[in-house]
Write a protein that binds this ligand. Structure first.
Ligand SMILES: [Zn+2]
Length: 344
């Protein structure tokens, strides 16, 4: 089969790899029909050190079940399924608490011998716990939005929950990438009154407004903090969604929470220590977040997607086939595309 492999910063190839196949009785074999490139894939794309063996890529996919192991009960051959960006058993103590990313028997795609989503097929470990069957055909028009349940919509939702978004709240979303845009959707869905997006790409800002953003802050650093305070009676936001992970964006996020507010961090941190100040201590600001347990949110968000109340699939502004994946990385890295959908 063919799959995406990264060998070095900027060196993404599509090549023939060993066919995915069932190994454990709890596995399912899924033929991938849709996948995508993630903003977090751009981190190795910019910084990866050369490797001879290459790194398989991709952690967001939808597909059709091709075969199941003897212990698999909840998915069957022919089912259309979505996979969250981490696999999990669904039964351990952390899965029962809804924190599937800390599953005792789980793991991550595209490492430790597990296939990546940016390939023609995937062996899915812990298939019963990991996969969610979708009640639609494999070419349903809702596929882009359903695919965001793998990661970005669940991650935006997680940021909103960690930042304690609720009815009537003032929300600031730091970052206008796909996760930030989904954070806007999540904030509106949870009843926020004012949603301020911090970003500066015109196409992304336009989409943020369609998703429910009420105000835009295009400044950076201290100027962004000042502008946001102007928009919030000088207090700052109740809820801040940090959707970038860079040091400056984290400092900005922590600086714009109002006393008693909360910051939900879902941008993969690009620095060792979290920037903090005496201000966040004296202001009793909650700092929460981490990798979203996307598996826990799929069932909650799925009805909103199926009934058209949210359209997170609009974050995809480019479609490619598998051969176009290397150029898709380039386009996202050059900010030509917000998020690239891969159709097989
Ligand atoms: Zn578990």
């Amino acid at each position: 089969m063919r799959a995406t492999v990264m060998y070095d910063a900027g060196d993404v190839r599509v090549e023939t790899v060993p066919d995915a196949r069932l190994i454990e009785p709890t596995d399912a074999l899924v033929t991938v029909t849709r996948a995508c490139i993630c903003g977090s894939d751009l981190w190795p794309y910019n910084q990866m050190e050369h490797t001879e063996i290459g790194q398989r890529m991709g952690h967001e996919f939808i597909g059709v079940v091709d075969a199941v192991g003897s212990d698999v009960r909840t998915v069957k051959v022919g089912d259309v399924v979505v996979a969250p960006f981490a696999w999990s058993d669904g039964t351990c103590v952390f899965c029962q608490e809804g924190l599937h990313t800390s599953c005792l028997h789980g793991g991550w795609w595209a490492r430790d011998g597990i296939d990546g989503g940016q390939g023609e097929a995937v062996r899915v470990p812990q298939a019963d716990g990991t996969l969610v069957v979708l009640p639609v055909g494999e070419d349903d028009a809702l596929m882009p939005s359903l695919l965001t349940l793998s990661d970005v919509m669940g991650t935006g939702h997680h940021a909103a929950l960690a930042a304690k978004v609720g009815p009537g709240k003032t929300v600031a979303v730091v970052g206008d990438g796909a996760v930030g845009l989904c954070g806007v959707i999540a904030a509106k869905r949870l009843g926020a009154k004012q949603i301020i997006i911090l970003g500066r790409h015109p196409d992304r800002i336009a989409l943020a407004k369609e998703f429910g953003a009420t105000d835009v802050v295009s400044e950076r650093g201290d100027e962004a903090v000042e502008r946001l305070r102007e928009l919030t009676d000088g207090f700052g936001a109740h809820s801040v969604l940090e959707c970038v992970g860079h040091e400056q964006s984290t400092v900005t996020a922590l600086s714009i929470a109002r006393p008693g507010g909360a910051v939900g961090r879902v941008g993969l941190p690009q620095q060792e220590s979290i920037a903090t100040t005496l201000t966040t201590f004296f202001d009793n600001v909650t700092i929460a977040g981490g990798p979203a347990p996307a598996r826990a949110y799929i069932e909650e968000l799925l009805p909103d997607v199926l009934e058209g109340r949210i359209e997170p699939g609009r974050v995809f502004d480019r479609v490619t086939d598998l051969d176009g994946v290397p150029d898709g990385y380039r386009a996202m890295n050059d900010r030509e595309a917000i998020k690239v959908l891969i159709e097989f």
